[in-house]
Design a protein around this ligand. Sequence first.
Ligand code: SAM
Length: 338
Amino acid sequence: MSQTISTAPRPVLIDRYGRQINYVRLSITDRCDLRCVYCLSEGMTFLPRNQLLTLEEIARLGRCFSELGVTTLRITGGEPLVRRNAIWLFEQLGQLSAIHDLTLTTNGTQLSRYARSLKDAGVSRVNISLDSLRPERFRRITRIGDLDRTLAGIAAAVRTGFQRVKLNSVILKHRNHDEIIDLTRFAIEQGIDISFIEEMPLGTVSGHDRVDAYYPSDAIRHDLAQTFELLPTTEMTGGPSRYVRIAGTDTRIGFISPHSHNFCSNCNRVRVTAAGRLLLCLGQEHGVDLRRALRANPTDDERVRQTIVTAMELKPPGHEFALSSQPGLIRHMNMTGG
Ligand code: SAM
């Protein structure tokens, strides 16, 4: 039965396991101005322009998802803010009345320039990746990054007054696990949140072995509890993070634990790669080519929505990440849209 958007009750996306999908991550480029060691391989090649969705196509997809009950869009990449005219896209998505939460994941390098325009476009929350506060180490982890630039971006985001700013730190044993306390203190000083992420086995990495580098969320929590009073909280964002609060501060700490605490049973999200592939799971290959659906139906949004609705059948029960030196999946996070 086909759904008529204008008259029928608002349709929703529900998968075979009864999970409602109301959150979509849109990757708008696979390119990045950093080369984080756990994310990209050295000498990575990027997609040619004609394989990427245009910004107009991404805006159209955002609209289709919003008409299917999606309320949160997160724009990611690669580094989304290196895509030319990215602000135009935020402005388009910011006008979708069904989207209550327009959010961004960024490495912060461009935020000094764009934070104000992003806020004006309707971005509510910003996640900024930061794995070290030591300039040389920051450079080693990102291969080419300049810590001061990212810190300036974080300061700009805080000044701009988004509803919420959160740091994302991927913690690797012997690379940065000794900075958990410093990173948390920094978040507290800024009055923002921080999430600690276990490395996921996406793509081949050189330079470290993922098994050796594994630093579980429970170890991070244990380290934190030596210094801070951690208050349990039942707060959930519908996402993979489990949270605690730090007593006497406004800061929440999130733990994203793909290995130690599987987060799939409540999964409410899907992803679209920069090339327009709808991925039903971060850790599996189940997917559908939305670029083809968009280009075959340039004026017929209903066909695109139908393709999305049908794709929900493919959403697997979980990601099945295994802790292994070999990649679980060939695609890197910059392809997937982190
Ligand atoms: N360039 C933006 C940024 O740095 O936030 C957005 C894209 S990046 C792929 C999104 C997030 O994914 C970052 O926080 C990054 O640290 C994280 N990430 C990348 N590869 C990862 C991996 N293999 N395991 C866990 N997190 C990863």
